[in-house]
Design a protein around this ligand. Sequence first.
Ligand code: PHB
Length: 390
Amino acid sequence: MRTQVGIIGAGPAGLLLSHLLHLRGIDSVVLETRTREQIESTIRAGVLEQGTMDLLTEAGVGARMKAEGALHHGFELAFEGKRRRIDLTGLTGHSITVYAQHEVIKDLVAARVAADGALRFGVTDTSLHGIDTDKPSIRYRHEGEECELQCDFVIGCDGSQGVSRASIPQALRKDYERVYPFGWFGILCEGPPSSDELVYARHERGFALVSTRSANVQRMYFQCDPKDSVDNWSDDRIWAELHARVDSHDGQHVVDGKIFQKNIVGMRSFVSATMQHGRLFLAGDAAHIVPPTGAKGMNLAVADVRVLTNALNAFYVENRTDLLDSYSQTALKRIWRAEHFSYWMTSMMHRIDGASPFEQQLQVAELEYVTTSRAAATAMAENYVGVAAV
Ligand code: PHB
């Protein structure tokens, strides 16, 4: 079987790339190890930058996001018993939309299926061949058969555990990594929102975040030991912890609901540079990971796809290779900006075991500054909405 662009992974990066290429008349096949049900139900983050919304709209998959997502013009930072608002729209002219990643996935899968796009689920034993030639191929097993997909380009959108990144020789690649000694305990619950806007809270017991999914489904998180197990956390214990960390801030009150999902995520910052080798290009989590604090993960994946779509289009339409050659360099500028922002926000908001009283006061001083100085608040806001200069 032959296609122009072989895409490994049906996350936001792989699906969006496939659909944008289709709209430009470029053929692709998407291979995914999981089932459609699995990718459509995996719970991830839910904040979309303006640029992400724009690209989804351009791809023709923005209707449900616009109808069901919630536009937020600011968020709150809670610390030292206070609540201070970051006025995203007032400071930057931009806002964000809260809309779950798996809803984006559902919209993209529906668009690919409606366009008769080639999408293979349940693929195993994927391997890449000839990526340093101009005839690369992907071998895999699907429904009991050995298959080979010949293509012009292979795009690795298969996340941090996928086969793609490992196909770039280690000697040509440098990995940058920071692992944080804490994780996030996430819950989904049925109930009304606790707040009109997201609340990021710094508390001596640890960080907490009040987010939302809809008028009757809420998303909340609290800092935990990454090795802890959800089985150790009864609903009562979870609510007690959220109340302790959030309610101490000036009139804020977490509204209890019926918890129907619990998970623990580890926190890591990671960048692979380069993001390309021969005819292989990496996008999204395959190349970089951010801790969830700045809500940048999916937005970075979408930003990679924007650069890659333009580069592939220039190749097929104008026979140009310059944009492909500079893909990694172009994408990495935005990636490193987001790496710094999410690391900075994580470091400012979390309880760090072993931190001295001096270091704790520095966190507070930084929070005071970003919530008092218009210049500092603007720097935070433009990073959050995704328009910081790179
Ligand atoms: C979420 O709603 O899942 C969410 C929101 C903001 C973050 C991270 C996650 O920074």
